[in-house]
Design a protein around this ligand. Structure first.
Ligand SMILES: *Cc1c(COP(=O)(O)O)cnc(C)c1O
Length: 398
């Protein structure tokens, strides 16, 4: 295994989580299809039980708790983010639900950011509340003001920065300072940044979560989640993930690890193309504003610059008010920006957004319609022409 300590992230991406010498010189770790691991003896079986009971989870015991392929992906992402251990799950939402339920019990209070990934909001409102957890949504711009929202039973503060759909930047270190001083666990959805552009654990976060479905896999062909934990958080998250059955499939884990190898070339290209398109959109008369923290005039830019090493290709825009017919005329016939959920793959995508339905702490006051765009790896000029033809159709449909 190559020692990657002190190497740059691009070099680490090539070497992390693989050990050719252990596998006949094969470059990539093999895919282990396994439910069952055979024990050599009663003593060996008891040893794995002790390993698990002691919270080490070093040994392989059963497919649901991971295989060497799972461990390879977990180790790679853990090292990129400076964590202790990670837990791979069936999808990003699974990693989030496992992390939340690992730390929350009936009677506890959760502080969770407004304008977060929609299905997480649903999980809080429809499930956590049924199990007696009190949920408060906080303004993503709250900063140190989070202290005023903390209650005696606040156990978890959950962040996502930039926010889904609206892309406000949260001051992560300001929030983790408050949480640390009060013994509150912090969880952050870091999917937008990927492990390359932000490392939450280096800013005091306890659990950093990725929908590996997005940039880590990078090819829109699998579902997987990963929760990178510090030492205190690992055992609760691991126990909850395996105890709730959130395990990832072997082929998906292998493909995510394969996708990870090229993250270092994909991310800068996503950022460059997103920046080009975002700037172009700012010049268009049909657009009222663009939401992308990598732009110098974005309200979140200062925090992004201070804490992040780069940006992804996902950003938002609000159009000036237009009719349903105009909006559909633009979106229905785009050829390169196809309409679909998810993002982080090699291809460009667009979806209409309705941010007002997903927030309560800070009302959404924009009159126009929202768009979420994912800049893929296509040529940026081709992408701009696709949008330009869309705006022509919008004008003609007036
Ligand atoms: C997609 C997404 C998730 C959920 O991941 P799945 O793998 O689809 O379950 C979580 N957070 C963010 C920000 C996402 O975009």
């Amino acid at each position: 295994m190559t020692d990657t300590a002190g190497l740059a992230p691009d070099t680490q991406l090539v070497h992390l989580g693989r050990d050719p010498e252990a596998f006949h010189g094969v470059v990539n770790p093999p895919v282990y299809h396994a439910s069952t691991f055979i024990f050599r003896s009663v003593e060996h079986l008891l040893d794995t039980r002790r390993d698990r009971a002691g919270g080490a989870f070093e040994q392989f015991t059963y497919g649901r708790e991971g295989t060497p392929t799972t461990r390879a992906l977990e180790d790679a992402v853990t090292q990129l983010e400076g964590g202790y251990r990670a837990v791979v799950t069936s999808c990003g939402l699974g990693a989030i639900c496992a992390a939340l339920t690992a730390f929350l019990s009936a009677g506890d209070h959760l502080l969770i950011v407004d304008s977060l990934y929609g299905p997480v909001r649903q999980f809080c409102d429809e499930f956590l509340s049924r199990f007696g957890v009190e949920v408060t949504y906080y303004d993503p711009l709250v900063g140190e003001g989070i202290a005023a929202l903390v209650r005696p039973r606040t156990r978890v503060i959950y962040m996502e920065s930039p926010c889904s759909l609206t892309f406000e930047m949260t001051d992560v270190p300001a929030i983790t300072r408050v949480a640390r001083a009060r013994g509150i666990t912090t969880i952050m959805d870091n999917t937008w940044a990927s492990p390359l552009c932000f490392q939450p654990l280096r800013h005091g976060v306890d659990v950093s979560i990725h929908a590996a479905t997005k940039y880590i896999s990078g090819h829109s062909d699998l579902m997987l989640g990963i929760a990178v934990c510090n030492e205190q958080a690992f055992i609760p998250v691991k126990k909850t993930a395996s105890g709730s059955g959130y395990c990832g499939g072997p082929d998906d884990v292998y493909m995510a690890l394969r996708g990870l190898r090229t993250l270092g070339v994909r991310m800068p290209r996503h950022q460059a193309t997103a920046t080009t398109i975002a700037r172009w959109l700012q010049t268009r008369p049909e657009v009222s504003r663009v939401m992308y923290p990598a732009l110098p005039d974005d309200p979140g830019h200062a925090i992004w610059r201070r804490d992040f090493q780069g940006a992804s290709g996902l950003f938002g825009a609000v159009l000036k008010p237009c009719s349903d017919r105009q909006f559909a005329a633009m979106l229905d016939h785009l050829s390169l920006f196809q309409m679909g959920y998810s993002w982080g793959g090699y291809e460009s995508l667009v979806v209409p957004t309705y941010p007002g339905t997903l927030r309560s702490a800070r009302p959404w006051t924009d009159a126009g319609r929202g768009l979420r765009l994912h800049a893929g790896l296509e040529d940026p000029d081709d992408l701009i022409r696709d949008l330009e033809r869309g705006f022509d159709r919008l004008a003609r449909a007036a």
